[in-house]
Design a protein around this ligand. Sequence first.
Ligand SMILES: N[C@H](CCC[C@H](N)C(=O)O)C(=O)O
Length: 281
Amino acid sequence: MRFTKMHGAGNDYVYVDCFTENLDSVDLSELSRKIAHRHFGVGGDGLILIRPSEIADAKMQMLNADGSESEMCGNGVRCVAKYVFDHGISTNAQMKIETGAGVLDLSLHLGDDGKTESVTVDMGEPTLEAALIPTKMVLNGPVVDHQVKFGGHAFTATCVSMGNPHCVLFVPKASNELVLGLGPTIESDPRFPNRTNVEFVEVISADEVRQRTWERGSGETWACGTGASAVCVAGVLTGRTNRRITNHLLGGDLVLEWDDSNNHVMMTGGATEVFSGDWNE
Ligand SMILES: N[C@H](CCC[C@H](N)C(=O)O)C(=O)O
């Protein structure tokens, strides 16, 4: 099986082109666990399949490193668009990608070599209703700067779905103690029936934040595009940031804007193809 290793802001996945590879009889959960393993496999935050779509240029299917499936991946969808364009599957620099969170519109920004350097994704509208995120933190309505304790530590939490669940925690310092120590506890807290991704965020100014991410199913990753979008929404809702921010993640920067004219979040960031190979297991 041919695979391609790609990353967006250091959030790295193993990509398989299902326009040419047939994985119909493959246990995808097991494949993701094996291929994403950083010692026994290729290594990555999970597995992303680039599939044909009847309603878009391509379809993304995304699995975490623990084999669980997620609805959406912001860094992944930029890489899928890059792959689809750079490998000639579609010639549309304005393209549509089908995801578990609906069909998204993407604009590719090309370098002098005609290849994709960065991508702007219309991430759609955030979902704030607790039951739809889902979280049991409140019975109904949004969860905004909600006083909560995780592992005996007090936080104010803001919960946002960008197709997948996020718990945004603004903190003075996104320390290892919080991210690595409490990330796993919060991910599996019973108040999140489908588990959750967790963002620990330092506000630098109204235009700039620093984020570390504990991802559902993959642990700490170097960036999270849906998470960065959720942080943009949470920053505005809690009065901490402007509608357009630069988010510094461990593996690079993403620019986010929550457009007040249509309620959509726009995300711009890089997409990089690193290498290709054959998986023989
Ligand atoms: N890194 C991804 C999100 C993966 C989310 C996944 N861990 C989940 O279970 O929802 C991103 O760039 O948006």
